[in-house]
Design a protein around this ligand. Structure first.
Ligand SMILES: NC(=O)c1ccc[n+]([C@@H]2O[C@H](COP(=O)([O-])OP(=O)(O)OC[C@H]3O[C@@H](n4cnc5c(N)ncnc54)[C@H](O)[C@@H]3O)[C@@H](O)[C@H]2O)c1
Length: 495
């Protein structure tokens, strides 16, 4: 029996046992968590509710991901032990998790959940020259449409530009269905948008189904079907579902949520500079303002920047979708400016180092501690450290990167990845603490204390190492700079 026949036979057996068959398309950070979550869902009788088939692309990386899932191993790394446990249990005990690279296998499914990535492309420093190559996504929908069973629903969880569902994806799905001979007037495909809020980190798996979820359908039947599906595995007793009026409203909800957060982060940047110029500590100030619960308690602290796949693009998906698909005005000046402000934030650290070394970074060695986009998360996409490292390399500096979660740093191959923080520090001219991570708070102060030759300058944008460490370094002649802190004295030069 071929791989595809086996996948189909196991799905048929599962359906005969009463399980709902779900195909999850795209086994990246989102799809993996979704597939594992569905596989661990249990009914009142303790039995697995779903039989899950993860479907990836047929390229080398896609084949490796699908094969990992089929073996009972997570296709992506996450520092949430529950992920590997859920996938192993599904692979070895409940046998309700499969992996393959054949999109036609959606023919087995009652529900198709799409977690395909959708990138936004733009030149650095521009928020008005945008493109979203969505043809691949539309082609996948067309292919799904050709094979989708009557009565099955497609639920999209990817973050979509405004209007993509009703202008591109649903028409493509229908086109595929029509090509396969389906009568669209009698039996239109069911389609819903159920955006994902999964949060990488230690609570990765639970953030899919122990969290508020929103959805909308192309029509009432689709919305009802999506609701019934979500209710089977989301903890709706504690996290009630939110039904939006239209697909477009649900698309906008996701984009607004992330644009709001990106704008909050950008807003603090101008006050960071003001605090530095005025000689005050903005961290102390923000802490004092945050006591006003309900209106001010999510004010952001200064930091190196914002990274990851979502906050760096989602506001612009709204602008692109509005202008290109809906052909409506979408100036969005705050949101566009926010993304540009956030993008530039890491380069302030580079500029401080450059200023310290008289404008010359050539041959200076800079050790960067923390390379992923978020503390405790092994995802390096669009990390502020990448922007900083590239900026330093452009100016001729040597970059050493250190991160306990990484064994390679594909985005910045010219940087030297050093596993041992002691080795990273040895002989470094400058140090940047690039993540607000307790891991570095616990280790770096003593390593710096023990280091016979401290760096000439330490930049700690997130205020991680603390005043005791800064005081000690300043006494040893090290220049210490922290974003938003104008209160840290310069070292006294020996007379
Ligand atoms: N990463 C997050 O925390 C997060 C949170 C919420 C929403 N989202 C959104 O979810 C979507 C997916 O994000 P991600 O981080 O998982 O991306 P990802 O790049 O990690 O994963 C996407 C996967 O889809 C696969 N894929 C692409 N085209 C395919 C096709 N035609 N057939 C089968 N597989 C295909 C890719 O090979 C890849 O493995 C994005 O739209 C993202 O904005 C992400």
């Amino acid at each position: 029996m071929s791989e595809n026949q086996s996948v189909r036979a196991r799905a048929d057996q599962a359906r005969a046992r009463g399980q709902e068959v779900v195909a999850v398309i795209g086994l990246g950070f989102v799809g993996t968590a979704v597939a594992a979550n569905l596989a661990r869902a249990r009914g009142k009788d303790g039995q697995a509710i779903f039989h899950v088939i993860g479907i990836e692309r047929g390229d080398e990386a896609g084949r490796a991901k699908a094969a990992a899932l089929a073996r009972g191993e997570p296709p992506v790394y996450a520092n949430d032990p529950k992920l590997a446990e859920a996938i192993a249990e599904a692979g070895q005990k409940t046998h309700n998790l499969d992996g393959c690279t054949e999109l036609a296998q959606v023919a087995c499914a009652d529900v198709v959940v799409s977690c395909i990535n959708l990138d936004l492309v733009r030149p650095v420093g521009r928020a008005d020259e945008l493109s979203v190559p969505h043809q691949g996504y539309a082609a996948a929908m067309r292919e799904i449409g050709k094979h989708l069973r009557s009565g099955a629903i497609v639920c999209i969880e990817s973050t979509l530009p405004l209007g993509l569902s009703d202008r591109v994806l649903y028409p493509a799905l229908c086109e595929g269905a029509a090509l396969a001979g389906r009568d669209l007037t009698q039996d239109p495909p069911l389609y819903a948008y159920c955006y994902e809020r999964v949060m990488p980190g230690p609570g990765y798996l639970d953030s899919v189904n122990h969290f508020w979820r929103s959805y909308a359908g192309i029509d009432a039947r689709s919305a009802d079907r999506a609701q019934a599906f979500l209710e089977r595995y989301v903890d709706v007793a504690h996290f009630p579902l939110w039904r939006h009026k239209t697909l477009r409203a649900a698309e906008m909800a996701k984009l607004l949520e992330n644009a709001y957060r990106a704008t909050n982060i950008a807003f603090i940047d101008e006050w960071t500079r003001l605090a530095e110029n005025a000689g005050v500590d903005l961290f102390d100030i923000v802490n004092s303002v945050r006591v006003r619960k309900g209106t001010h308690d999510n004010m952001m602290f200064p930091g190196l920047g914002v990274g990851g796949y979502c906050l760096t693009k989602d506001a612009l998906l709204a602008a692109w979708g509005a202008e290109e698909l809906l052909e409506v005005e979408a100036a969005l000046p705050f949101s566009r400016q926010a993304l540009l402000t956030n993008e530039r934030m890491p380069l302030r650290a580079r500029d401080w180092l450059s200023e310290h070394f008289g404008g010359k970074l050539e041959q200076r060695t800079v050790a960067i501690f923390g390379l992923t986009y978020r503390a405790g998360v092994a995802d390096t996409r669009s990390s502020p450290s990448e922007v900083l490292a590239r900026g330093l390399l452009e100016r001729g500096a040597r970059v050493r990167g250190c991160d306990p979660l990484l064994s390679n740093w594909d985005e910045v191959p010219a940087a030297q990845l050093v596993a041992d923080p002691r080795q990273a520090l040895a002989g470094a001219d400058a140090v940047v603490v690039s993540l607000p991570d307790a891991y570095w708070r616990e280790r770096l102060p003593s390593l710096l204390r023990e280091s016979p030759t401290p760096p000439a300058i330490l930049v700690d944008p997130w205020n991680v190492l603390g005043d005791a460490c800064y005081g000690e370094l300043v006494r040893r002649g090290v220049r210490v700079r922290v974003y938003g802190r104008g209160d840290i004295p310069k070292p006294v030069k020996p007379s």
